[in-house]
Design a protein around this ligand. Structure first.
Ligand SMILES: [Zn+2]
Ligand SMILES: [Zn+2]
Length: 78
């Protein structure tokens, strides 16, 4: 019996920005990466999201896509 397990699957991240296929090994790298998308496009293209916000809000918004299961940015949105 052979069990194949992908090592560290939970620590791999991939960018879901439209037409971008970057992969990362830490959230810190991805944070910087997605912010560079936001700076260039001034709207969110994460997955099927098309949100248009002011830059500061968009930065927080885009990062929230990375941390869907966490509430670390909740205070910014209230
Ligand atoms: Zn990307
Ligand atoms: Zn979005």
């Amino acid at each position: 019996m052979i069990i194949t397990k992908v090592k560290n699957v939970d620590t791999e991240y991939s960018c879901k920005w439209i037409s971008c296929k970057e992969n990362f090994h830490s959230t810190g790298q991805q944070d910087a990466h997605i912010i560079s998308h936001v700076v260039q496009e001034k709207c969110c293209r994460w997955g099927d999201c098309t949100k248009v916000l002011s830059f500061n809000s968009l930065e927080i918004h885009a990062l929230k896509h990375l941390y869907d299961n966490q509430n670390i940015f909740r205070t910014f949105e209230d």
